[in-house]
Design a protein around this ligand. Structure first.
Ligand code: FAD
Length: 401
C-alpha cells in the first residue's frame, strides 16, 4: 500500500549525521521525516570521538559522558624505534570512546523525543529535487517535502545519482578489525584508566586500539600499502597483530567478542554536496580515513551546518536557491582539506616521525596539532594549519576539490 505525506524536511539515513540534522531542525519547529533502511540498534564502526563534537551534542541535549569511556587524547607509537608521543585533550571540551550501536540508538531516540517522525527498515530508492519541492520514493511509500537531506553515509545516494564521488587513492585502502573483552592485567588497567586511542605504526599502515566501557577493546588494522598476496582477512590481521608487542600485551587472556570484520574503499569525496532543495552531510559528503578519528565529528558538524542553513533558507524564503549552502560549504571544505592534508602526510610524508615525535620540543606546534586533532579546524591563528593549507593547496585541489 502506498502512503503519501508532506514534510518540511525529509532525511535519508539515521546515523549521527541524519539524527543530528533531524533533531536540530525539529528544535526549530519543522516537521521532519527521518528514514533508515536499517533498524537501531545496529552495529557501526567508528568509536573514537573528538572534543569539538561536544558542543553539538550539547545542542542536541545529549550528555555524552554518560555510559561512555572518557578519552584523554591520542597516542602515536612506533614500536620498532620505541618512539611515542601523546596529544592530550585538555581544552574547553572533552571527549569519549563510544559503542556506536548504543550511542547511535541514543541519538535516534533523542530525535524522536524532539518530535521527529522516524521510519526504520524503509529504504530510500529515488529522490527528485526541483524548484517546486522534493519527492522521495522508498520501498514502502512516497513522500513530499520542501527539502531533502542525504545522510545515507557511504551509500551516498545523491553522490551516486550525480556520479560525483571521487575516490582518494593515497589514503587507507581497507581495514580489518575485531572486538575483545580484555583480561584484568596491569596493562589493561592502565589502558582503561587513561582512555586514550593508541595508534600503532606498522609497515602496512597502522593499528587502532580503542578502549571501550566494560573492559572491551576495539582493535583494527588499517592497510595502506600492498599487503602480502598470501595473507587475507583474519590471517592478515593475526599476522600483524602477532608482530606487535603492544597488541600481544593487551590481548593476553582476552576473550574474542566478534571475529574479524572488514571495510574497504572508504576514502572519497563527493564533489556535488548540495543543489536545489537538497544537501548532503556526514559520510554522504565525503569520508577520509579513520586515522585521526574525524568521521563522526564531520558527520555531526556538517549536519549542524546544513540544518542551520536550511532554517535560514526557510526564514528568508530562499530555500530553493541552488547556492543556499555555498558559504557554509566553503567553511566545511577548509576543515575537510586540513584533515585530508594531515592524513595524506601521515601516509605519504611520514608525518608522525617528522613532526609528531618532534613536537614535544615546540610547545606552540604541539598545541596547534592538538587543536586540529580535537576538531578545532576553523581558528584563524593556527600557523601549522596555515602552512599545511598553503604549502599543499595545489596538490589537494587535484585530489579532492
Ligand atoms: C574502518 C573505519 C573506522 C572508523 N573509525 C572511526 C573513529 O574511530 N572515529 C570516528 O569519528 N569515525 C570513524 N569512522 C567513520 C565513522 O564511522 C563515520 O564517519 C560516521 O559513522 C558517519 O556518520 P553518517 O551518519 O554520515 O553515516 P552512517 O553512520 O553510516 O549512517 C548512515 C545511515 O544511512 C542509512 N542508509 C543508507 N542508505 C540508505 C537508504 N537508501 N535509505 C535509508 N537509509 C539508508 C544506513 O542504514 C545508516 O544507518 C570510521 C570509519 C571506518 C570505515
Amino acid at each position: 500500500m502506498s502512503t503519501e505525506k508532506t514534510y518540511d524536511v525529509i532525511i535519508a539515513g539515521a546515523g549521527p549525521a541524519g539524527t543530528t540534522a533531524a533533531t536540530l531542525l525539529a528544535q526549530y519547529g519543522y516537521r521532519i521525516l527521518l528514514l533508515d533502511r536499517d533498524q537501531h540498534p545496529r552495529f557501526h564502526i567508528g568509536e573514537s570521538m573528538l572534543p569539538m563534537s561536544e558542543p553539538i551534542m550539547n545542542r542536541l541535549g545529549i550528555k555524552w559522558h554518560e555510559g561512555n569511556l572518557r578519552k584523554g587524547g591520542a597516542e602515536f607509537i612506533d614500536e620498532k624505534s620505541g618512539q611515542r608521543t601523546f596529544f592530550p585533550f585538555q581544552g574547553k571540551y572533552s571527549t569519549v570512546q563510544v559503542e556506536r550501536s548504543v550511542f547511535d540508538t541514543r541519538l535516534f531516540e533523542n530525535a524522536i523525543s524532539h518530535g521527529v517522525q522516524a521510519h526504520q527498515q524503509e529504504k530510500v530508492t529515488q529522490v527528485d529535487c526541483n524548484a517546486d519541492g522534493v519527492t522521495v520514493e522508498t520501498d514502502k511509500g512516497s513522500y513530499h517535502g520542501r527539502y531533502f537531506i542525504d545522510a545515507t553515509g557511504r551509500s551516498a545516494i545523491m553522490g551516486k545519482k550525480q556520479q560525483s564521488i571521487n575516490k582518494l587513492s593515497k589514503l587507507g585502502k581497507f581495514a580489518l578489525y575485531k572486538h575483545y573483552k580484555l583480561a584484568d592485567t596491569p596493562a589493561t588497567q592502565s589502558l582503561f584508566c587513561r582512555g586514550h586511542i593508541e595508534v600503532l605504526l606498522t609497515e602496512l599502515g597502522w593499528f587502532w586500539c580503542i578502549p571501550l566501557v566494560d573492559q572491551r577493546l576495539s582493535i583494527g588494522l588499517v592497510v595502506q600499502k600492498d599487503a602480502p598476496a598470501d595473507l587475507k582477512g583474519a590471517d592478515l590481521f593475526n599476522h600483524y597483530a602477532n608482530q606487535s608487542p603492544r597488541v600481544k600485551e593487551l590481548l593476553e587472556g582476552a576473550e574474542l567478542l566478534a571475529d574479524v570484520r572488514a571495510e574497504a574503499d572508504f576514502s572519497y569525496f563527493n564533489q556535488q554536496r548540495h543543489g536545489v532543495r537538497y544537501a548532503c552531510c556526514g559520510d554522504a559528503a565525503g569520508f577520509l580515513d579513520p586515522v585521526f578519528s574525524s568521521g563522526f565529528f564531520f558527520a555531526v558538524k556538517t549536519a549542524e551546518m546544513v540544518a542551520d542553513q536550511i532554517h535560514r533558507g526557510f526564514l528568508e524564503g530562499r530555500e530553493a536557491a541552488a547556492d543556499l549552502h555555498s558559504g557554509s560549504d566553503e567553511t566545511y571544505q577548509k576543515g575537510f582539506q586540513t584533515m585530508y592534508l594531515m592524513i595524506e602526510r601521515f601516509y605519504c610524508s611520514n608525518l608522525v616521525h617528522n613532526l609528531f615525535f618532534e613536537a614535544d620540543r615546540q610547545e606552540r606546534i604541539k598545541n596547534e596539532i592538538i587543536a586540529l586533532l580535537a576538531g578545532d579546524l576553523w581558528q584563524e591563528d593556527n600557523s601549522f594549519q596555515q602552512g599545511l593549507l598553503s604549502g599543499r593547496y595545489a596538490g589537494l585541489k587535484e585530489s579532492v576539490a
